[in-house]
Ligand binder design. Sequence first.
Ligand code: VGL
Ligand code: ZN
Length: 229
Amino acid sequence: MSFRPALIVVDMQNDFCPPDGSLAVSGGRDIVPLINKLLASPRFVLKVLTQDWHPTDHISFAANNPGPNNKPFESFVDVQNLVGKKPEQTMKQRLWPVHCVQGSKGAEIIDGLDISDVRFSVKKGQDPQVEMYSAFSDSFGNLTYGAGGVSHSLAEELVTEQITHVYVVGLAGDYCVKDTALGSAKAGFTTYLVEEAQRCVDPSTWPDVKSALAQGSVTLVSIDGSEVR
Ligand code: VGL
Ligand code: ZN
């Protein structure tokens, strides 16, 4: 059994961090030292970032879904499975403040993260009609590389590097970190989420996130590598 681990650092962007981020996750900046420690570890064969990278007309922005019930954080709208060409299939999309607009300051990686050894950044959520929390797929599970949603085929990049294990950290624990970890496990990598190196939009939902991770064969670990139950 070989052990070729990769580190995926999810969405450590200005808009997800206090004090000025439009979708600031409480404590988002506090995990930088821990992530820098992981980024400095020579054990990871491959280190990659992801960035939420939305056009201004992205479907997840409340401002693009006008109406009395379309308030950031509070409202949900039905979105269709367009990439999968099954428009009859819908799911509830939570609406957000405008965030991580392509090329904006808010979409930049935050200062203080040591990205000198990072190979590339996966820019996701680029299709205006498609939400992508996972760097691997859209919310319906469709791979969107080539369909305009994402800049890299992350699973293929990992396979090329013969990666066996994937460690996921970053923001937000209950959205993009969770879905990226689940996508990694689904793609066949032995996948871990490092509990102390994430922060959630809604920390109260962490027990539900934990059961979803367990269901999806993602192992929750502590920074020392021990399993969290
Ligand atoms: C995220 C909400 C909207 C995330 C991205 O990075 O977790 N959350 N877009
Ligand atoms: Zn987003």
